[in-house]
Design a protein around this ligand. Sequence first.
Ligand SMILES: [Zn+2]
Ligand SMILES: [Zn+2]
Length: 269
Amino acid sequence: MASLVESTWTYLINHFSDFQLASLGSFFLHESVFFLSGLPFILFERLGWLSKYKIQTKNNSPAAQEKCITCLLLYHFGVNLPVMIVSYPVFKFMGMRSTLPLPSWKVMSTQILFYFILEDFVFYWGHRFLHTKWLYKHVHSVHHEYATPFGLTSEYAHPAEILFLGFATIAGPAITGPHLITLWLWMVLRVIETVEAHCGYHFPWSLSNFLPLYGGADFHDYHHRLLYTKSGNYSSTFVYMDWIFGTDKGYRKLKALKSGGDEVDHKQM
Ligand SMILES: [Zn+2]
Ligand SMILES: [Zn+2]
């Protein structure tokens, strides 16, 4: 496995420049992972597959789904790609490298765990700030246009928000000056995580059933289906920030009612 990764990497650095890999390579990888992980949920919703695991009873119309995809392509090519190109010198300055040897699994996993924790912290405060009246009205309400989220809505947001919360994503790598492969793995995991949080389905095999501190779809879906002043659940990945700062009270109350056998159907909330 390690030698396969190393030979693939050797091929890449022999055929492409550092700049091509860091900007265009990152963009291509992001688009592939994002659409491949998000598109199946559009199909599930349209065809009614796995509907017993769907969190809300409401479905998005095909027109609403298509509008989301069109906007995403526009923003990805019009905002994300130029940002990835112009931020290349910044990442170089921060110590990013693509040369051999590759970092060890231990270094990569430690760095990525640190990125997740830092991102969650920055995202929590940034997201709470976006829920203040003016910012919500003019910026964050775009992301909340979809009260019944599906995978691809995870990146459906005002360009100002993409830049603002994108800072949370790159804060960790900017501090540690990582290897490009670590940066790519972080990006892949973060995309899969946010697509899952917005997918609209809670499966018996969902990660949040096994990882106690992990939020997942059930946690973030609650944030989308409630009024913006009442929602809480501001974190991106973990649940402890909302618990520490008391912004998950409504969600916990609902969970307690449900596990207490009360006949509250959260699909109606
Ligand atoms: Zn929000
Ligand atoms: Zn969201």
